[in-house]
Design a protein around this ligand. Sequence first.
Ligand code: PNW
Length: 450
Amino acid sequence: MSGFPKSFLWGAATAAYQVEGSPLADGAGASIWHRFTHDPRLMIATGDTGDVACDHYNRMESDVELMKQLGLQAYRFSVSWSRVLPEGTGRVNEAGLDFYRRLVDRLLEAGIEPLATLYHWDLPAALDDRGGWLNRESAEWFAEYAGVMFRALDGKVKKWATLNEPWVVADGGYLNGVLAPGHRSIFECAIVSRNLMRAHGRAVQTYRECGAHEVGLVINIEPKYPASDSSEDLAATARADAYMNRQYFDPALLGTCPEELREIYGEAWEDWSAEDLALCCQPVDFVGINYYTRSVVRSSDTAWPLFAEHVVQEGAPHTETNWEVFPEAMTRTLLWFRERYGDLPVYIMENGAAFSDPATSDADGILDEDRCQYLAEHIAAVRDAIAAGVDIRGYMVWSLFDNLEWALGYAKRFGIVHVDYETLARTPKHSARLYGQIIASNGAELEHAA
Ligand code: PNW
């Protein structure tokens, strides 16, 4: 009686550019993340690159062995588009594709279910040269790539996600310039948001033509709480919520755009045509939700373009990325999701925390008690949402390994497995052991941990 269904799927997640290393090996083309990290004007904070990362590209077999030892039932990874199609379209690089064929075969031999994400932010640089996500043709490029992957791995991979976190791609990559390709334009952000969702729709259509299993998309949700009940703060909170939490799920699942976007984008807003809306709104088999934190919001005259700002909760626990630890918002978000979008199967595709490694360790590894507590509290929040009737089918920890935290580099460690970046040795932390016990007891272990 743990509160989790018998078939609940427990796993861990990574993304290609964050863990693989060897980004140009065996005929791969460069991605926009390779370019971004090698440009000192863009990768300003750290100068770290994904050239080596966790060297997962060369250590894949022993990494799958480790996943098996940890007791994982599923592994969520992403495919590097430019390994498979070096120019983004056209010629297939069999050697690149082969890496994912071998990965999936090893996972299946180890009894671990592969969950594949097609796009976790590493657009082929050759496509960026053709305008990238700003080009309306990007939906066709993505459908072509999706078709190559579905045909190569379908039957073996039974759960496919099209995009990971389109909000982060558009906001971080095209409005705030902090992620690849490092642009700063609200006009571009609006265009890219729509093209990403059109690409999602075309990939789902392609999937229906090739496959018989399951396809969905992965969206990050950060519930917004008003700082006060003044009408200004409530309106600011609604804008922040529309921009981050409804901007992508509404078109994909309802075939509409939130009204607030018109005000937020201003002159940059253009109504989506009926064709575009219909294309985005393809029936999906599941949704992935990534949850890390909540945000308290107040109105602000200067915080363009939302005129809403985040209010730091002094005294509350925070992770190393300055995200407040607030597990009950995860339950609330999952309930909100079902109320707004209906009874779709949900997978938690990411949840986890960056904490610096404590100096203390024992024979069992690094004593990351803060991460243990974070995971136990959030897994309990998932259990509470299941008890309230949300159809949650699985949970993936972010992340299996410490890895390249994008523009923040290697300093922020999210892994349940420690990576020594000198020796590349992997050492499970206490959180990995705790998670193994949670998995083995299908969640019953939480009664001791939380
Ligand atoms: C996710 N936010 O990114 C990504 O999918 C991972 O690749 C990443 O390593 C992980 O979370 C930890 O950051 C996010 O600002 C980045 O709300 C930013 C936000 C959310 C998710």
